[in-house]
Design a protein around this ligand. Structure first.
Ligand code: IPE
Ligand code: IPE
Ligand code: MG
Length: 237
Protein backbone atom coordinates (compact mmCIF):
# COMPACT_ATOMS: atom_id res chain seq x y z
CA UNK A 1 0.00 0.00 0.00
CA UNK A 2 1.46 3.30 -1.02
CA UNK A 3 -0.52 6.25 0.20
CA UNK A 4 -2.33 6.35 3.54
CA UNK A 5 -5.24 8.80 3.57
CA UNK A 6 -5.04 11.60 6.10
CA UNK A 7 -8.76 11.61 6.82
CA UNK A 8 -11.11 8.67 6.42
CA UNK A 9 -14.81 9.13 7.04
CA UNK A 10 -17.34 6.33 7.39
CA UNK A 11 -21.11 6.28 6.95
CA UNK A 12 -21.76 3.37 9.28
CA UNK A 13 -24.89 1.81 7.82
CA UNK A 14 -26.71 -1.50 8.10
CA UNK A 15 -26.95 -2.11 11.86
CA UNK A 16 -30.70 -2.69 11.72
CA UNK A 17 -30.49 -5.16 8.85
CA UNK A 18 -27.65 -6.98 10.59
CA UNK A 19 -29.77 -7.40 13.72
CA UNK A 20 -32.80 -8.54 11.73
CA UNK A 21 -30.71 -11.22 10.05
CA UNK A 22 -29.93 -12.62 13.52
CA UNK A 23 -33.59 -12.35 14.54
CA UNK A 24 -32.68 -9.65 17.10
CA UNK A 25 -33.85 -6.11 17.94
CA UNK A 26 -32.29 -3.22 16.01
CA UNK A 27 -30.44 -1.97 19.10
CA UNK A 28 -28.49 -5.23 19.17
CA UNK A 29 -27.05 -4.24 15.79
CA UNK A 30 -26.13 -0.78 17.06
CA UNK A 31 -24.31 -2.33 20.03
CA UNK A 32 -22.32 -4.60 17.73
CA UNK A 33 -21.60 -1.53 15.60
CA UNK A 34 -19.75 0.06 18.52
CA UNK A 35 -17.33 -2.90 18.38
CA UNK A 36 -16.69 -2.11 14.72
CA UNK A 37 -15.90 1.50 15.61
CA UNK A 38 -13.33 0.33 18.14
CA UNK A 39 -11.76 -2.12 15.66
CA UNK A 40 -11.59 0.53 12.91
CA UNK A 41 -10.14 3.09 15.30
CA UNK A 42 -7.41 0.67 16.35
CA UNK A 43 -6.65 -0.03 12.71
CA UNK A 44 -6.55 3.71 11.92
CA UNK A 45 -4.09 4.19 14.80
CA UNK A 46 -1.94 1.31 13.50
CA UNK A 47 -1.91 2.77 10.00
CA UNK A 48 -1.19 6.31 11.14
CA UNK A 49 -4.43 7.76 9.78
CA UNK A 50 -4.64 11.23 11.34
CA UNK A 51 -8.43 11.63 11.33
CA UNK A 52 -11.16 9.03 11.46
CA UNK A 53 -14.67 10.45 11.41
CA UNK A 54 -17.77 8.32 11.77
CA UNK A 55 -21.38 9.24 11.02
CA UNK A 56 -23.16 7.98 14.13
CA UNK A 57 -26.49 9.83 14.03
CA UNK A 58 -27.93 12.18 11.42
CA UNK A 59 -30.35 15.09 11.87
CA UNK A 60 -32.85 12.92 9.97
CA UNK A 61 -32.34 10.07 12.44
CA UNK A 62 -34.20 12.16 15.07
CA UNK A 63 -37.32 11.12 13.11
CA UNK A 64 -36.88 7.45 14.05
CA UNK A 65 -39.15 5.94 16.74
CA UNK A 66 -38.50 7.37 20.23
CA UNK A 67 -37.38 3.97 21.49
CA UNK A 68 -34.60 3.69 18.91
CA UNK A 69 -33.45 7.30 19.41
CA UNK A 70 -33.23 6.93 23.18
CA UNK A 71 -31.53 3.55 22.80
CA UNK A 72 -28.90 5.07 20.52
CA UNK A 73 -28.33 8.01 22.87
CA UNK A 74 -27.98 5.66 25.85
CA UNK A 75 -25.46 3.62 23.85
CA UNK A 76 -23.53 6.79 23.06
CA UNK A 77 -23.52 7.74 26.74
CA UNK A 78 -22.21 4.31 27.76
CA UNK A 79 -19.56 4.28 25.04
CA UNK A 80 -18.24 7.70 26.06
CA UNK A 81 -17.84 6.44 29.63
CA UNK A 82 -16.29 3.11 28.56
CA UNK A 83 -13.85 4.12 25.83
CA UNK A 84 -11.67 6.61 27.72
CA UNK A 85 -9.09 3.90 28.53
CA UNK A 86 -8.86 2.88 24.85
CA UNK A 87 -8.36 6.50 23.81
CA UNK A 88 -5.69 7.19 26.40
CA UNK A 89 -3.83 3.96 25.64
CA UNK A 90 -3.82 4.79 21.91
CA UNK A 91 -3.11 8.55 22.25
CA UNK A 92 -6.47 9.23 20.56
CA UNK A 93 -8.18 12.59 20.65
CA UNK A 94 -11.97 12.38 20.83
CA UNK A 95 -14.32 14.95 19.33
CA UNK A 96 -18.02 15.20 18.66
CA UNK A 97 -19.38 17.36 15.85
CA UNK A 98 -23.01 18.16 15.06
CA UNK A 99 -26.01 20.09 16.33
CA UNK A 100 -25.31 19.19 19.95
CA UNK A 101 -27.97 21.65 21.14
CA UNK A 102 -30.42 18.79 20.52
CA UNK A 103 -28.63 16.41 22.91
CA UNK A 104 -29.68 15.85 26.52
CA UNK A 105 -27.53 17.94 28.91
CA UNK A 106 -26.10 14.91 30.74
CA UNK A 107 -24.90 13.35 27.47
CA UNK A 108 -23.37 16.64 26.33
CA UNK A 109 -21.61 16.98 29.70
CA UNK A 110 -19.86 13.58 29.44
CA UNK A 111 -18.95 14.28 25.80
CA UNK A 112 -17.38 17.65 26.63
CA UNK A 113 -15.55 16.07 29.57
CA UNK A 114 -13.98 13.37 27.40
CA UNK A 115 -13.11 15.90 24.70
CA UNK A 116 -11.24 17.95 27.29
CA UNK A 117 -9.42 14.99 28.81
CA UNK A 118 -8.23 13.76 25.40
CA UNK A 119 -7.53 17.22 23.92
CA UNK A 120 -3.76 16.93 24.45
CA UNK A 121 -3.51 13.52 22.74
CA UNK A 122 -1.50 13.81 19.56
CA UNK A 123 -2.28 10.58 17.67
CA UNK A 124 -5.38 9.84 15.61
CA UNK A 125 -8.41 12.09 16.15
CA UNK A 126 -11.71 10.20 16.30
CA UNK A 127 -14.58 12.46 15.30
CA UNK A 128 -18.08 11.25 16.03
CA UNK A 129 -20.61 13.03 13.84
CA UNK A 130 -23.68 13.18 16.05
CA UNK A 131 -26.93 14.97 15.23
CA UNK A 132 -25.10 16.07 12.11
CA UNK A 133 -26.22 16.94 8.61
CA UNK A 134 -24.39 18.61 5.75
CA UNK A 135 -27.12 21.18 5.12
CA UNK A 136 -27.25 22.03 8.83
CA UNK A 137 -23.49 22.56 8.77
CA UNK A 138 -23.53 24.89 5.77
CA UNK A 139 -26.51 26.80 7.16
CA UNK A 140 -25.00 27.33 10.61
CA UNK A 141 -21.76 28.46 8.95
CA UNK A 142 -23.65 30.99 6.82
CA UNK A 143 -25.52 32.26 9.89
CA UNK A 144 -22.34 32.71 11.90
CA UNK A 145 -20.57 34.44 9.02
CA UNK A 146 -23.54 36.82 8.66
CA UNK A 147 -23.42 37.59 12.39
CA UNK A 148 -19.70 38.40 12.19
CA UNK A 149 -20.23 40.54 9.10
CA UNK A 150 -23.04 42.47 10.82
CA UNK A 151 -20.92 42.97 13.93
CA UNK A 152 -18.08 44.29 11.77
CA UNK A 153 -20.48 46.68 10.06
CA UNK A 154 -21.78 47.95 13.40
CA UNK A 155 -18.22 48.64 14.50
CA UNK A 156 -17.43 50.32 11.16
CA UNK A 157 -14.88 47.59 10.30
CA UNK A 158 -14.53 45.92 6.91
CA UNK A 159 -16.12 42.39 7.12
CA UNK A 160 -13.80 39.53 6.14
CA UNK A 161 -14.43 38.66 2.46
CA UNK A 162 -16.52 35.54 1.92
CA UNK A 163 -13.97 33.33 0.22
CA UNK A 164 -14.20 29.51 0.13
CA UNK A 165 -11.27 29.38 2.52
CA UNK A 166 -12.83 31.81 4.97
CA UNK A 167 -16.24 30.14 4.75
CA UNK A 168 -14.69 26.77 5.63
CA UNK A 169 -13.49 28.23 8.93
CA UNK A 170 -17.17 28.60 9.94
CA UNK A 171 -18.01 24.96 9.20
CA UNK A 172 -18.20 22.61 12.17
CA UNK A 173 -15.17 20.79 10.75
CA UNK A 174 -12.93 23.89 10.73
CA UNK A 175 -9.28 22.95 11.05
CA UNK A 176 -9.90 19.33 9.99
CA UNK A 177 -8.71 18.42 6.48
CA UNK A 178 -11.48 17.32 4.09
CA UNK A 179 -11.93 13.53 3.93
CA UNK A 180 -9.71 11.77 1.40
CA UNK A 181 -11.80 8.62 1.57
CA UNK A 182 -15.46 8.11 2.38
CA UNK A 183 -16.61 4.56 3.11
CA UNK A 184 -20.29 3.58 3.20
CA UNK A 185 -21.33 0.13 4.29
CA UNK A 186 -24.51 -1.91 3.66
CA UNK A 187 -24.78 -1.42 -0.10
CA UNK A 188 -26.44 2.00 -0.06
CA UNK A 189 -24.81 4.35 -2.54
CA UNK A 190 -25.87 7.82 -1.43
CA UNK A 191 -24.52 10.70 0.63
CA UNK A 192 -27.58 11.01 2.95
CA UNK A 193 -26.94 14.69 3.69
CA UNK A 194 -23.45 14.00 5.07
CA UNK A 195 -20.42 16.37 4.80
CA UNK A 196 -21.71 17.97 1.59
CA UNK A 197 -19.11 20.73 1.42
CA UNK A 198 -16.24 18.65 2.77
CA UNK A 199 -16.70 15.72 0.34
CA UNK A 200 -16.22 17.90 -2.76
CA UNK A 201 -13.15 15.86 -3.81
CA UNK A 202 -13.42 12.80 -1.62
CA UNK A 203 -12.96 9.29 -3.04
CA UNK A 204 -16.04 7.13 -2.36
CA UNK A 205 -15.88 3.44 -1.48
CA UNK A 206 -19.04 1.38 -1.18
CA UNK A 207 -19.32 -2.12 0.20
CA UNK A 208 -22.25 -4.48 0.77
CA UNK A 209 -20.80 -5.51 4.14
CA UNK A 210 -23.09 -4.42 7.00
CA UNK A 211 -21.47 -2.13 9.58
CA UNK A 212 -21.32 -4.65 12.46
CA UNK A 213 -19.31 -6.95 10.14
CA UNK A 214 -16.94 -4.21 9.01
CA UNK A 215 -13.69 -4.86 10.85
CA UNK A 216 -9.95 -4.55 10.17
CA UNK A 217 -9.88 -6.77 7.08
CA UNK A 218 -12.69 -4.80 5.47
CA UNK A 219 -11.01 -1.52 6.37
CA UNK A 220 -7.75 -2.80 4.86
CA UNK A 221 -9.63 -3.64 1.65
CA UNK A 222 -11.02 -0.11 1.45
CA UNK A 223 -7.54 1.38 1.93
CA UNK A 224 -6.23 -0.93 -0.76
CA UNK A 225 -8.89 0.34 -3.17
CA UNK A 226 -8.09 3.92 -2.22
CA UNK A 227 -4.40 3.42 -2.97
CA UNK A 228 -5.25 2.58 -6.59
CA UNK A 229 -7.35 5.71 -7.17
CA UNK A 230 -6.04 8.45 -9.41
CA UNK A 231 -6.93 11.80 -7.83
CA UNK A 232 -6.87 14.37 -10.58
CA UNK A 233 -8.77 17.35 -9.08
CA UNK A 234 -9.89 18.39 -12.53
CA UNK A 235 -6.37 18.44 -13.91
CA UNK A 236 -4.74 16.22 -16.49
CA UNK A 237 -2.07 13.80 -15.36
C1 IPE B 1 -26.81 2.78 10.84
O1 IPE B 1 -27.59 1.64 10.79
C2 IPE B 1 -26.85 3.44 12.20
C3 IPE B 1 -27.64 4.66 12.26
C4 IPE B 1 -28.16 5.27 11.24
C5 IPE B 1 -27.89 5.21 13.58
P1 IPE B 1 -29.14 1.70 10.48
O2 IPE B 1 -29.87 1.84 11.78
O3 IPE B 1 -29.45 2.75 9.48
O4 IPE B 1 -29.39 0.26 9.88
P2 IPE B 1 -30.29 -0.13 8.64
O5 IPE B 1 -29.90 0.77 7.50
O6 IPE B 1 -31.71 0.08 9.07
O7 IPE B 1 -29.98 -1.56 8.38
C1 IPE C 1 -27.13 7.54 7.41
O1 IPE C 1 -27.77 6.31 7.52
C2 IPE C 1 -26.87 8.10 8.76
C3 IPE C 1 -25.91 7.39 9.58
C4 IPE C 1 -25.20 6.35 9.23
C5 IPE C 1 -25.75 7.89 10.92
P1 IPE C 1 -29.35 6.16 7.34
O2 IPE C 1 -29.64 4.71 7.42
O3 IPE C 1 -30.05 7.04 8.31
O4 IPE C 1 -29.54 6.75 5.88
P2 IPE C 1 -30.71 6.56 4.83
O5 IPE C 1 -31.97 6.93 5.54
O6 IPE C 1 -30.72 5.13 4.41
O7 IPE C 1 -30.33 7.48 3.72
MG1 MG D 1 -29.53 2.77 7.44
Amino acid sequence: MTEVPQHVTIIMDGNGRWARKQGKQRLFGHKEGVESVRACLEFAVEKGIRYLSVFAFSEENWNRPEEEVSGLMALMFKSVLNEEKTFMRNNVRFRVIGDVSRLKPDLLRVIRGLEERTAANTGTTLIVMLSYSGKWDITQAAQRYAQDALAAQREAREPAPLTEENFATYLSTAGIPDPDLMIRTSGEQRISNYMLWQCAYTEFYYTDVLWPDFRKNEFARALEAFSTRDRRYGKIK
